[in-house]
Write a protein that binds this ligand. Structure first.
Ligand SMILES: NC(=O)c1ccc[n+]([C@@H]2O[C@H](COP(=O)([O-])OP(=O)(O)OC[C@H]3O[C@@H](n4cnc5c(N)ncnc54)[C@H](OP(=O)(O)O)[C@@H]3O)[C@@H](O)[C@H]2O)c1
Length: 343
């Protein structure tokens, strides 16, 4: 019998990639979303759609009941676990997307509260799932709430839940592709890209197709577990830049600067003073996971999709989350860059 999956947030970058993977593996898929984002994925024509808001717990429970797999891309706080509590015994496997930023640094700090190099969290390399997570339920910030959500999910007796911790996600349909830092430089004909920390920063990336493969495996092997969900090996920012330039046939030069950014120059979306690199050993041993591809092998389709999307549009309007939430409007101060580099 065909297995049925429901994807909450199914038109997003993870939802669309997972829908494709599941459809290719014989699942039937229902994509749930509010309908604010256009469902333009022709390749997903085989999927059913359901319009609902994730905050409507009754509607979500009704849709998910009886499914073999529920992927929840839209849980951010402990209260969001309520609907999963209602589904115990009625669903085969639940997968909830958390984040790599739940890990607590060995120096008592964590990503969301770090203000600079001195208080930036120190993590073991690589980070395994048993490393402590943020324990600050009174912090209403993103990562602390995700950590509290994880605890709430694992406290639900009998829930077959797989919690996945992706890093910096990339894929077609991304609302905020960090690689825009390099793509726009190519479009602007920039011949050099300054990178702080000698271009050696590593912030684990996550191809949407790799996360989708983990979701498929968790759907086929229900369990109660927490797994990292990142590209393995983790590329350095220099390697990310090289992958983008290579895909676009651009022969730009990377200027590798010692230390952190100076007046913003050399800063980039992965500029961490210390690495955040996650291990994928648990996923391999627990689920027999093998990555679909490395960052370099998978980034091309995300770049092409982004170029299509900005062809006739202002990128700030087309990708407001990139411009505001990720601060991309600050990434392209070419005057400061040329001044500092003496060009
Ligand atoms: N971006 C990253 O680098 C990153 C890193 C680690 C973890 N994460 C986690 O990844 C998850 C986001 O996944 P994604 O990047 O695939 O998301 P996304 O691309 O932003 O897509 C979000 C999807 O959810 C739908 N949606 C949004 N709000 C909704 C609501 N209230 N009710 C129903 N549908 C709703 C959207 O469509 P409509 O607007 O049409 O409803 C869209 O289908 C989050 O849990 C986030 O914490 C992200």
């Amino acid at each position: 019998m065909t297995r049925r999956a429901v994807i909450l947030g199914g038109t997003g970058q993870l939802g669309a990639a997972t829908a494709r993977t599941l459809l290719d593996n014989g699942w039937s898929v229902t994509i749930a979303h509010r309908g604010e984002r256009v469902l333009e994925h022709g390749a997903l024509a085989d999927a059913a759609t359901a319009r609902l808001d994730r905050s409507d717990v009754d509607a979500v429970a009704d849709l998910c009941r009886g499914a073999d797999l529920v992927l929840d891309c839209l849980a951010f706080a402990p209260a969001d676990a309520e609907v999963h509590g209602r589904l115990v015994g009625d669903v085969g496997s639940v997968v909830v997307i958390s984040t790599a930023s739940v890990y607590a640094g060995e120096n008592g700090t964590y990503l969301d509260i770090a203000t600079g190099d001195d208080d930036f969290p120190v993590f073991p390399v690589p980070l395994t799932e048993t490393h402590p997570t943020i324990d600050a339920d009174d912090d209403l910030g993103y990562s602390a709430q995700k950590a509290a959500l994880e605890r709430a999910l694992l406290a639900i007796d009998g829930l077959p839940v797989t919690i996945l911790r992706p890093g910096a996600i990339h894929g077609p349909h991304s609302p905020a592709l960090r690689e825009w830092f390099f793509i726009k430089r190519v479009l602007d004909g920039r011949q050099h890209a300054p990178l702080a920390h000698l271009g050696e920063s590593r912030f684990s990336t996550s191809a949407s197709v790799n996360v989708a493969e983990l979701v498929r495996l968790a759907g086929e092997h229900p369990g109660r577990r927490v797994l990292n969900a990142v590209d393995d090996p983790a590329p350095t920012v220099l390697e990310i830049g090289q992958a983008v330039f290579a895909h676009l046939g651009h022969a730009g030069e990377f200027v590798l600067l010692e230390g952190g950014p100076v007046d913003g120059v050399g800063g980039h979306p992965w500029a961490l003073p210390r690495p955040l690199v996650l291990s994928m050993e648990a996923a391999r041993s627990e689920l027999g996971y093998e990555p679909v591809g490395s960052h370099r092998a998978t980034i091309g389709s995300a770049i092409d999709r982004m170029l299509d999307a900005v062809r006739d549009a202002d990128w700030r309007e087309r990708f407001p989350a990139l411009a505001t939430r990720y601060g991309a409007s600050e990434w392209f101060d070419y005057i400061a860059e040329d001044r500092l580099l003496g060009r």
